[in-house]
Design a binder for this molecule. Structure first.
Ligand SMILES: Cc1cc2nc3c(=O)[nH]c(=O)nc-3n(C[C@H](O)[C@H](O)[C@H](O)COP(=O)(O)OP(=O)(O)OC[C@H]3O[C@@H](n4cnc5c(N)ncnc54)[C@H](O)[C@@H]3O)c2cc1C
Length: 386
Protein backbone atom coordinates (compact mmCIF):
# COMPACT_ATOMS: atom_id res chain seq x y z
CA UNK A 1 0.00 0.00 0.00
CA UNK A 2 1.28 3.48 -0.85
CA UNK A 3 -0.39 6.32 1.01
CA UNK A 4 0.66 9.94 0.83
CA UNK A 5 -0.92 12.08 3.55
CA UNK A 6 -0.26 15.67 4.56
CA UNK A 7 -0.13 17.12 8.06
CA UNK A 8 0.97 20.37 9.62
CA UNK A 9 3.15 18.55 12.12
CA UNK A 10 4.41 14.99 12.41
CA UNK A 11 5.71 13.77 15.75
CA UNK A 12 7.90 10.77 14.99
CA UNK A 13 8.30 8.71 18.17
CA UNK A 14 5.62 8.51 20.84
CA UNK A 15 7.90 8.17 23.84
CA UNK A 16 8.62 10.78 26.48
CA UNK A 17 9.61 13.66 24.20
CA UNK A 18 7.11 13.01 21.38
CA UNK A 19 4.14 12.56 23.68
CA UNK A 20 5.18 15.53 25.85
CA UNK A 21 5.13 17.74 22.77
CA UNK A 22 1.77 16.28 21.68
CA UNK A 23 0.38 16.86 25.18
CA UNK A 24 1.41 20.53 25.35
CA UNK A 25 0.08 21.12 21.82
CA UNK A 26 -3.27 19.47 22.58
CA UNK A 27 -3.70 21.15 25.98
CA UNK A 28 -2.67 24.52 24.50
CA UNK A 29 -5.35 24.33 21.82
CA UNK A 30 -3.17 23.80 18.73
CA UNK A 31 -5.49 23.83 15.73
CA UNK A 32 -3.28 22.25 13.02
CA UNK A 33 -3.38 18.61 11.93
CA UNK A 34 -0.93 16.44 13.86
CA UNK A 35 0.22 12.87 13.23
CA UNK A 36 2.00 10.94 16.00
CA UNK A 37 3.84 7.81 14.81
CA UNK A 38 5.34 5.04 16.90
CA UNK A 39 6.03 1.36 16.28
CA UNK A 40 3.66 0.66 19.18
CA UNK A 41 1.43 2.62 21.54
CA UNK A 42 1.09 -0.23 24.01
CA UNK A 43 1.54 1.12 27.56
CA UNK A 44 4.64 -0.69 28.85
CA UNK A 45 6.15 0.21 32.20
CA UNK A 46 9.70 -0.16 30.91
CA UNK A 47 10.99 3.11 32.38
CA UNK A 48 10.67 4.89 35.70
CA UNK A 49 11.34 8.58 35.15
CA UNK A 50 12.49 10.61 38.12
CA UNK A 51 13.13 14.33 38.28
CA UNK A 52 13.29 17.15 40.77
CA UNK A 53 11.66 20.54 40.77
CA UNK A 54 10.88 23.38 43.15
CA UNK A 55 7.85 24.35 41.06
CA UNK A 56 4.55 22.69 40.24
CA UNK A 57 5.62 19.32 38.75
CA UNK A 58 4.51 18.43 35.23
CA UNK A 59 1.90 15.65 35.00
CA UNK A 60 1.04 15.97 38.70
CA UNK A 61 -2.00 13.68 38.30
CA UNK A 62 0.15 10.67 37.43
CA UNK A 63 3.02 11.19 39.85
CA UNK A 64 3.58 7.76 41.32
CA UNK A 65 5.70 8.81 44.28
CA UNK A 66 7.34 11.88 45.79
CA UNK A 67 10.27 11.98 48.23
CA UNK A 68 11.80 14.68 50.42
CA UNK A 69 14.45 12.54 52.11
CA UNK A 70 17.34 10.55 50.67
CA UNK A 71 20.21 8.31 51.68
CA UNK A 72 23.68 8.86 50.25
CA UNK A 73 26.86 6.89 50.85
CA UNK A 74 30.31 7.43 49.37
CA UNK A 75 33.64 6.40 50.93
CA UNK A 76 33.43 7.24 54.67
CA UNK A 77 30.40 9.52 54.29
CA UNK A 78 26.98 7.86 54.77
CA UNK A 79 23.97 9.84 55.85
CA UNK A 80 20.34 10.86 55.38
CA UNK A 81 19.86 14.16 53.58
CA UNK A 82 16.70 16.26 53.29
CA UNK A 83 15.27 18.20 50.41
CA UNK A 84 13.77 21.51 51.48
CA UNK A 85 13.23 23.59 48.39
CA UNK A 86 13.05 20.77 45.85
CA UNK A 87 11.07 17.52 45.77
CA UNK A 88 12.08 14.35 43.96
CA UNK A 89 9.29 12.81 41.86
CA UNK A 90 8.72 9.65 39.90
CA UNK A 91 6.43 8.90 36.95
CA UNK A 92 6.04 5.46 35.38
CA UNK A 93 6.29 5.37 31.58
CA UNK A 94 3.18 3.17 31.23
CA UNK A 95 1.03 5.61 33.24
CA UNK A 96 2.39 8.52 31.21
CA UNK A 97 1.62 6.91 27.87
CA UNK A 98 -1.88 5.89 28.87
CA UNK A 99 -2.63 9.34 30.28
CA UNK A 100 -1.38 11.28 27.26
CA UNK A 101 -2.97 8.97 24.68
CA UNK A 102 -6.32 9.22 26.45
CA UNK A 103 -6.13 13.01 26.09
CA UNK A 104 -4.99 12.92 22.44
CA UNK A 105 -7.90 10.67 21.48
CA UNK A 106 -10.25 13.47 22.56
CA UNK A 107 -8.75 15.84 19.95
CA UNK A 108 -9.97 15.31 16.38
CA UNK A 109 -6.89 17.00 14.87
CA UNK A 110 -4.52 14.37 16.34
CA UNK A 111 -4.03 11.08 14.46
CA UNK A 112 -2.10 8.15 15.93
CA UNK A 113 -0.31 5.69 13.67
CA UNK A 114 1.42 2.46 14.68
CA UNK A 115 4.14 1.97 12.07
CA UNK A 116 7.88 1.44 11.91
CA UNK A 117 9.65 4.52 10.65
CA UNK A 118 12.32 3.90 8.04
CA UNK A 119 13.70 7.37 7.39
CA UNK A 120 13.06 11.06 6.83
CA UNK A 121 13.86 13.45 4.03
CA UNK A 122 13.22 17.12 3.38
CA UNK A 123 13.03 19.65 0.62
CA UNK A 124 12.78 23.36 1.25
CA UNK A 125 9.00 23.30 1.74
CA UNK A 126 8.10 19.95 3.25
CA UNK A 127 9.48 17.30 5.54
CA UNK A 128 8.81 13.68 4.63
CA UNK A 129 8.47 10.58 6.82
CA UNK A 130 8.84 7.20 5.18
CA UNK A 131 7.54 4.06 6.88
CA UNK A 132 8.99 0.57 6.54
CA UNK A 133 5.71 -0.37 4.84
CA UNK A 134 6.55 2.16 2.10
CA UNK A 135 4.00 4.87 2.96
CA UNK A 136 5.00 8.53 2.95
CA UNK A 137 3.68 11.30 5.17
CA UNK A 138 4.36 14.97 4.50
CA UNK A 139 4.35 17.84 6.96
CA UNK A 140 5.58 21.38 7.40
CA UNK A 141 7.69 20.11 10.30
CA UNK A 142 8.68 16.76 11.72
CA UNK A 143 9.82 16.44 15.36
CA UNK A 144 11.71 13.20 15.66
CA UNK A 145 13.04 11.19 18.60
CA UNK A 146 13.66 7.87 16.84
CA UNK A 147 16.98 8.34 15.01
CA UNK A 148 20.33 9.72 16.05
CA UNK A 149 21.19 12.90 14.14
CA UNK A 150 22.20 12.03 10.60
CA UNK A 151 25.39 14.05 10.57
CA UNK A 152 26.62 13.04 14.03
CA UNK A 153 30.39 12.82 13.79
CA UNK A 154 31.30 10.42 16.60
CA UNK A 155 35.01 11.21 16.18
CA UNK A 156 34.25 14.57 17.83
CA UNK A 157 33.10 12.81 21.01
CA UNK A 158 35.95 12.86 23.47
CA UNK A 159 34.23 11.05 26.36
CA UNK A 160 31.89 8.32 25.02
CA UNK A 161 30.47 7.55 28.46
CA UNK A 162 27.25 5.69 29.17
CA UNK A 163 25.07 5.47 32.22
CA UNK A 164 24.03 1.82 32.15
CA UNK A 165 21.91 0.02 34.67
CA UNK A 166 19.71 -2.91 35.42
CA UNK A 167 16.81 -2.42 37.80
CA UNK A 168 14.73 -4.97 39.66
CA UNK A 169 11.39 -3.95 41.07
CA UNK A 170 10.93 -6.36 43.91
CA UNK A 171 8.19 -7.23 46.29
CA UNK A 172 9.39 -8.39 49.70
CA UNK A 173 7.30 -10.86 51.67
CA UNK A 174 7.58 -8.71 54.79
CA UNK A 175 8.01 -5.03 55.64
CA UNK A 176 11.53 -4.09 54.56
CA UNK A 177 11.72 -0.53 53.19
CA UNK A 178 11.16 3.02 54.33
CA UNK A 179 8.94 4.44 51.56
CA UNK A 180 9.79 8.02 52.61
CA UNK A 181 13.53 7.70 51.84
CA UNK A 182 14.98 7.04 48.42
CA UNK A 183 18.66 6.29 47.88
CA UNK A 184 20.13 8.76 45.44
CA UNK A 185 23.58 7.16 45.27
CA UNK A 186 25.01 4.39 47.43
CA UNK A 187 28.46 4.00 45.90
CA UNK A 188 30.17 0.68 45.53
CA UNK A 189 33.63 1.99 46.49
CA UNK A 190 35.35 -1.18 45.25
CA UNK A 191 33.73 -1.16 41.79
CA UNK A 192 35.87 -0.70 38.69
CA UNK A 193 36.25 0.08 35.81
CA UNK A 194 33.97 3.10 36.02
CA UNK A 195 31.87 4.38 38.88
CA UNK A 196 29.18 2.04 40.24
CA UNK A 197 26.39 2.75 42.69
CA UNK A 198 22.99 1.53 43.81
CA UNK A 199 19.93 3.72 43.25
CA UNK A 200 16.83 2.73 45.21
CA UNK A 201 13.24 3.94 44.83
CA UNK A 202 11.06 2.52 47.61
CA UNK A 203 7.37 2.78 46.71
CA UNK A 204 5.84 1.08 49.75
CA UNK A 205 7.16 -0.83 52.76
CA UNK A 206 7.35 -3.96 50.61
CA UNK A 207 7.87 -2.67 47.05
CA UNK A 208 11.02 -0.98 45.72
CA UNK A 209 13.08 -0.55 42.57
CA UNK A 210 16.80 -1.37 42.94
CA UNK A 211 19.06 -0.24 40.12
CA UNK A 212 22.75 -1.05 39.95
CA UNK A 213 24.09 1.81 37.87
CA UNK A 214 27.48 2.38 36.28
CA UNK A 215 29.11 5.37 34.60
CA UNK A 216 31.61 3.88 32.13
CA UNK A 217 32.13 3.41 28.42
CA UNK A 218 31.16 -0.30 28.27
CA UNK A 219 28.04 -2.08 29.41
CA UNK A 220 28.40 -5.13 31.66
CA UNK A 221 27.19 -8.67 31.32
CA UNK A 222 23.65 -8.70 32.78
CA UNK A 223 24.83 -11.26 35.37
CA UNK A 224 27.08 -8.64 36.98
CA UNK A 225 24.24 -6.16 37.66
CA UNK A 226 22.05 -9.01 38.98
CA UNK A 227 24.77 -10.18 41.33
CA UNK A 228 25.23 -6.65 42.65
CA UNK A 229 21.50 -6.25 43.30
CA UNK A 230 21.23 -9.61 45.08
CA UNK A 231 24.29 -8.81 47.18
CA UNK A 232 22.88 -5.40 48.10
CA UNK A 233 19.47 -6.81 49.04
CA UNK A 234 21.10 -9.34 51.29
CA UNK A 235 23.71 -7.12 52.93
CA UNK A 236 21.65 -3.95 53.30
CA UNK A 237 18.17 -5.36 53.97
CA UNK A 238 18.87 -8.94 55.04
CA UNK A 239 16.73 -10.18 52.12
CA UNK A 240 17.75 -13.37 50.35
CA UNK A 241 15.94 -14.83 47.36
CA UNK A 242 13.33 -16.63 49.50
CA UNK A 243 12.23 -13.26 50.88
CA UNK A 244 11.26 -11.45 47.67
CA UNK A 245 9.88 -11.78 44.14
CA UNK A 246 11.18 -9.82 41.15
CA UNK A 247 8.06 -8.20 39.69
CA UNK A 248 9.60 -6.15 36.86
CA UNK A 249 12.99 -5.46 35.28
CA UNK A 250 14.22 -2.21 33.82
CA UNK A 251 17.38 -1.89 31.74
CA UNK A 252 18.85 1.31 30.39
CA UNK A 253 21.82 2.70 28.50
CA UNK A 254 21.72 6.47 28.61
CA UNK A 255 24.35 8.43 26.65
CA UNK A 256 26.47 10.67 28.89
CA UNK A 257 28.78 11.77 26.11
CA UNK A 258 30.00 15.24 25.14
CA UNK A 259 28.03 15.08 21.92
CA UNK A 260 28.05 18.16 19.66
CA UNK A 261 24.71 19.98 19.64
CA UNK A 262 22.78 19.04 16.47
CA UNK A 263 19.29 20.58 16.55
CA UNK A 264 18.23 19.50 13.06
CA UNK A 265 18.03 16.11 11.38
CA UNK A 266 17.45 17.96 8.13
CA UNK A 267 15.80 21.28 7.36
CA UNK A 268 12.27 21.26 8.87
CA UNK A 269 13.09 18.06 10.82
CA UNK A 270 13.92 18.79 14.44
CA UNK A 271 15.66 16.36 16.79
CA UNK A 272 13.98 15.71 20.12
CA UNK A 273 14.69 13.73 23.28
CA UNK A 274 17.62 11.39 23.87
CA UNK A 275 18.23 10.92 20.14
CA UNK A 276 18.34 14.70 19.90
CA UNK A 277 21.01 14.97 22.63
CA UNK A 278 18.73 16.37 25.37
CA UNK A 279 20.37 14.29 28.09
CA UNK A 280 22.54 16.20 30.55
CA UNK A 281 25.93 14.62 29.87
CA UNK A 282 27.23 14.46 33.44
CA UNK A 283 24.08 13.00 35.02
CA UNK A 284 21.98 11.22 32.38
CA UNK A 285 18.87 13.11 33.55
CA UNK A 286 16.69 14.05 30.57
CA UNK A 287 13.09 14.31 31.79
CA UNK A 288 13.09 17.96 32.85
CA UNK A 289 15.04 19.14 29.83
CA UNK A 290 12.50 17.47 27.56
CA UNK A 291 9.60 19.10 29.46
CA UNK A 292 11.20 22.56 29.36
CA UNK A 293 11.86 22.38 25.64
CA UNK A 294 8.63 20.75 24.43
CA UNK A 295 6.53 23.15 26.50
CA UNK A 296 8.21 26.22 24.93
CA UNK A 297 8.12 24.65 21.49
CA UNK A 298 4.39 23.96 21.74
CA UNK A 299 3.68 27.56 22.82
CA UNK A 300 5.66 28.76 19.82
CA UNK A 301 3.75 26.56 17.38
CA UNK A 302 0.37 27.44 18.91
CA UNK A 303 1.15 31.11 18.36
CA UNK A 304 1.86 30.36 14.68
CA UNK A 305 5.63 30.94 14.79
CA UNK A 306 8.28 28.76 13.21
CA UNK A 307 9.51 26.13 15.64
CA UNK A 308 12.07 27.17 18.14
CA UNK A 309 15.08 24.88 17.62
CA UNK A 310 16.50 23.25 20.77
CA UNK A 311 19.31 25.31 22.28
CA UNK A 312 22.42 23.94 23.91
CA UNK A 313 23.02 24.50 27.62
CA UNK A 314 24.85 27.67 28.59
CA UNK A 315 28.59 27.54 27.91
CA UNK A 316 29.49 27.37 31.62
CA UNK A 317 27.36 24.25 32.19
CA UNK A 318 28.74 22.55 29.09
CA UNK A 319 32.21 23.27 30.39
CA UNK A 320 31.47 21.92 33.89
CA UNK A 321 29.98 18.80 32.27
CA UNK A 322 33.12 18.32 30.22
CA UNK A 323 35.31 18.54 33.33
CA UNK A 324 33.13 16.03 35.19
CA UNK A 325 33.13 13.69 32.19
CA UNK A 326 36.90 13.88 32.09
CA UNK A 327 37.14 12.88 35.75
CA UNK A 328 34.53 10.10 35.40
CA UNK A 329 36.34 8.73 32.34
CA UNK A 330 39.82 8.84 33.77
CA UNK A 331 39.82 8.02 37.46
CA UNK A 332 37.38 6.11 39.63
CA UNK A 333 39.16 7.20 42.81
CA UNK A 334 39.11 10.90 41.83
CA UNK A 335 35.42 10.55 40.89
CA UNK A 336 34.59 9.10 44.30
CA UNK A 337 36.52 11.89 46.04
CA UNK A 338 34.59 14.48 44.02
CA UNK A 339 31.20 12.91 44.90
CA UNK A 340 32.31 12.60 48.55
CA UNK A 341 33.07 16.32 48.85
CA UNK A 342 30.10 17.35 46.76
CA UNK A 343 27.63 15.53 49.03
CA UNK A 344 29.43 16.27 52.28
CA UNK A 345 29.92 20.00 51.83
CA UNK A 346 26.73 21.09 50.04
CA UNK A 347 23.05 20.90 50.76
CA UNK A 348 21.12 18.57 48.49
CA UNK A 349 19.06 21.52 47.27
CA UNK A 350 22.25 23.29 46.19
CA UNK A 351 23.52 20.18 44.39
CA UNK A 352 20.23 19.70 42.54
CA UNK A 353 20.11 23.39 41.64
CA UNK A 354 23.61 23.05 40.16
CA UNK A 355 22.82 19.84 38.26
CA UNK A 356 19.55 21.36 37.07
CA UNK A 357 21.54 24.31 35.63
CA UNK A 358 19.71 26.91 37.72
CA UNK A 359 22.66 28.42 39.58
CA UNK A 360 24.15 31.89 39.69
CA UNK A 361 27.89 32.26 39.18
CA UNK A 362 28.37 32.74 42.95
CA UNK A 363 26.51 29.49 43.61
CA UNK A 364 28.70 27.74 41.01
CA UNK A 365 31.81 29.00 42.78
CA UNK A 366 30.54 27.64 46.10
CA UNK A 367 30.02 24.18 44.58
CA UNK A 368 33.30 24.22 42.66
CA UNK A 369 35.29 25.30 45.71
CA UNK A 370 33.82 22.40 47.72
CA UNK A 371 35.36 19.66 45.59
CA UNK A 372 39.05 18.60 45.38
CA UNK A 373 40.96 20.91 43.03
CA UNK A 374 43.54 18.58 41.55
CA UNK A 375 41.20 16.37 39.45
CA UNK A 376 39.59 19.55 38.08
CA UNK A 377 42.94 21.16 37.24
CA UNK A 378 43.89 17.98 35.36
CA UNK A 379 40.54 18.06 33.55
CA UNK A 380 40.96 21.76 32.68
CA UNK A 381 44.46 21.02 31.34
CA UNK A 382 43.00 18.34 29.09
CA UNK A 383 40.19 20.49 27.79
CA UNK A 384 41.89 23.82 27.18
CA UNK A 385 41.42 23.47 23.44
CA UNK A 386 37.65 22.77 23.58
C1 LIG B 1 15.16 2.66 31.62
C2 LIG B 1 15.38 4.15 31.57
C3 LIG B 1 15.10 4.93 32.68
C4 LIG B 1 15.31 6.31 32.63
N1 LIG B 1 15.08 7.05 33.75
C5 LIG B 1 15.25 8.39 33.70
C6 LIG B 1 14.98 9.18 34.85
O1 LIG B 1 14.67 8.66 35.92
N2 LIG B 1 15.10 10.53 34.74
C7 LIG B 1 15.49 11.14 33.58
O2 LIG B 1 15.57 12.36 33.55
N3 LIG B 1 15.79 10.40 32.49
C8 LIG B 1 15.67 9.06 32.51
N4 LIG B 1 15.94 8.32 31.39
C9 LIG B 1 16.46 9.01 30.19
C10 LIG B 1 15.34 9.59 29.30
O3 LIG B 1 14.52 10.46 30.06
C11 LIG B 1 14.48 8.51 28.68
O4 LIG B 1 15.26 7.68 27.86
C12 LIG B 1 13.32 9.07 27.86
O5 LIG B 1 12.46 8.01 27.56
C13 LIG B 1 13.81 9.74 26.58
O6 LIG B 1 12.69 10.17 25.84
P1 LIG B 1 12.70 10.08 24.25
O7 LIG B 1 11.43 10.61 23.78
O8 LIG B 1 13.94 10.64 23.72
O9 LIG B 1 12.82 8.52 23.94
P2 LIG B 1 11.73 7.33 24.18
O10 LIG B 1 10.93 7.71 25.35
O11 LIG B 1 12.54 6.13 24.18
O12 LIG B 1 10.83 7.47 22.89
C14 LIG B 1 11.26 7.09 21.61
C15 LIG B 1 10.07 6.42 20.92
O13 LIG B 1 10.42 6.16 19.57
C16 LIG B 1 9.86 4.92 19.20
N5 LIG B 1 10.66 4.40 18.08
C17 LIG B 1 11.98 4.14 18.06
N6 LIG B 1 12.36 3.73 16.85
C18 LIG B 1 11.24 3.75 16.07
C19 LIG B 1 10.99 3.44 14.70
N7 LIG B 1 11.96 3.07 13.85
N8 LIG B 1 9.72 3.55 14.24
C20 LIG B 1 8.70 3.94 15.05
N9 LIG B 1 8.90 4.26 16.36
C21 LIG B 1 10.15 4.16 16.85
C22 LIG B 1 9.94 4.06 20.45
O14 LIG B 1 8.98 3.02 20.42
C23 LIG B 1 9.68 5.09 21.55
O15 LIG B 1 8.34 5.11 21.93
C24 LIG B 1 15.78 6.93 31.43
C25 LIG B 1 16.07 6.12 30.33
C26 LIG B 1 15.89 4.76 30.39
C27 LIG B 1 16.26 3.93 29.18
Amino acid sequence: MKVESKYDIIIAGGGLSGLSLAWYLAKGGYKGEVLVVDSTFAPTNDKTWCFWTNKEPPFREIIYKKWKKTWVSVLDYSTFRYLNEYSYYCIRSGDFREYVLRELKRHKNFDLLEENILDFSANKNKAVLLTKGGDTFLADYIFQSVMKPKNLDTSQIKYPLLQHFLGWEIEACETAFDPETFTIMDFDDEFSPGVGFMYVLPFTQTKALFEFTVFSDKVLDKKVYKKKIKHYLYHTYGLDKEHYEVRRKEYGEIPMEDRPHIPLYESNIINLGSAGGMTKPSTGYTFTRIQDYTQKLAQNLIQGFDPLPPRPSKFKYRYYDLLLLHILSNSTSDSLRVFHSLFKKNSLDDILRFLGEETTFTQDLKIMSSVPYIPFFKAIGNNLKR
